[in-house]
Design a protein around this ligand. Structure first.
Ligand code: HEC
Length: 123
């Protein structure tokens, strides 16, 4: 009995950490992802498509949102700040709608994630 408890307690603690950590991480979005990272993981990678297509889990939606908030706080290496704020603002808004379960979020995300429009100005 005692032995069993000794095995269960650490397991429960580990599980608690796994639940608590992403929540804490989601609160601090700034400078956590570089623009390059976000491009690789979310834009070129599957995350954005998955969320836009409606097949993402809640955790994936939150991760995308936190990446896009980070993107909006990053400085583009080219182009003016006003254009960057506008383009990334639309992405932040659309991913927030996805987190909230808005049925139009997928369309809004696809529209906001206009690769060429942003790359022409800022890449
Ligand atoms: C809001 C602006 C924005 C949008 C939208 C955007 N990108 Fe980018 N992307 C950038 C910027 C800025 C860079 C340059 C990053 C750097 O080199 O620091 C970049 C770079 C990249 C890179 C090169 C990353 C590397 O390793 O150097 C890839 C690949 C990429 N984007 C893919 C995409 C795809 C695919 C889409 C559309 C589905 C997209 N991006 C939409 C801003 C954007």
């Amino acid at each position: 009995m005692y032995l069993r408890l000794a095995a269960v307690v650490p397991a429960v603690l580990i599980m608690l950490c796994m639940v608590a950590l992403p929540t804490i991480a989601a609160d601090d979005d700034s400078a956590k992802y570089s623009t390059k990272d976000i491009m690789k993981k979310a834009f070129k990678g599957p995350l954005l498509k998955k969320v836009a297509g409606g097949g993402a889990s809640d955790a994936e939606k939150k991760q995308l949102h936190s990446m896009l908030v980070a993107l909006s706080k990053n400085k583009p290496k080219k182009g003016d700040a006003e254009s960057w704020t506008k383009l990334t603002g639309a992405l932040v808004k659309a991913s927030e709608a996805a987190v909230k379960g808005d049925s139009n979020a997928g369309q809004a995300l696809k529209k906001a994630a206009n690769c060429k429009a942003c790359h022409n100005n800022h890449k």
